[in-house]
Design a protein around this ligand. Structure first.
Ligand code: AR6
Length: 176
């Protein structure tokens, strides 16, 4: 039987959430950065960075390509795993929607491998990577709602009221 995650929305800091897995909007280096990535590494602590360094030293010497996802320990976060994904950078010259959809699908696939039933996700690519927010929200909500998975709850944790409202509108539009 194919199941789908129930998608919920909340406003807040994803590092303060409790979930089986917390999704990180990383960059290909996996070694940290700004935005939600910086916050997750600060809160996760050195064990998280060490796990990322190990991945780079073993299975991912060239880093993680956009559209893919990989799991590590969550360090000091209130979760068992961090699922790192690299969203595509938005550009007006090329449609990279398939890569953003792939990021979310791969996160759910990795969550299934881990048997994670609750996951918290940020708005991947909607910050430093410049994806127009309404489109980022529509892709995020549609992909996570329609991808077959054993994850029971996928909670988008939006950092500010404005982003939350845009995601809320995308969820209402999807449900018709
Ligand atoms: N909790 C939840 N959401 C957050 C938090 C937080 N603590 N902090 C920021 N956001 P971004 P990207 C929101 O830039 O666009 C990094 O440097 C933010 O408001 O974190 O995928 C990486 O290393 C926005 O809505 O990720 C990469 O180099 C969303 O998270 C690059 O940025 C995503 O913004 C990735 O860019």
């Amino acid at each position: 039987m194919s199941n789908h995650a129930s998608v919920t929305l909340t406003i807040g800091d994803i590092t303060q959430q409790r979930a089986d897995a917390i999704v990180n909007a990383a960059n290909s280096s996996l070694l940290g950065g700004g935005g939600v990535d910086g916050a997750i590494h600060r809160a996760g602590g050195p064990e998280l960075l060490e796990a990322c360094r190990r991945l780079r030293a073993t299975s991912l010497p060239d880093g993680l390509p956009p559209g893919q996802a990989v799991a590590t320990t969550a360090g000091r976060l209130n979760a068992q795993w961090v699922i790192h994904t690299v969203g595509p950078m938005w550009t007006p010259t090329e449609d990279r929607t398939h890569l953003l959809m792939s990021s979310y699908r791969e996160c759910l696939r990795v969550a299934d491998e881990l048997a994670a039933t609750t996951i918290a996700l940020p708005a991947v690519s909607a910050g430093a990577y410049g994806w127009p927010l309404a489109d980022a929200a529509r892709i995020a909500i549609t992909t996570v709602s329609t991808t077959p998975t054993q994850v029971a709850e996928a909670m988008f944790v939006l950092h500010d009221e404005y982003t939350f409202r845009i995601f809320e509108r995308a969820l209402i539009e999807l449900r018709g």
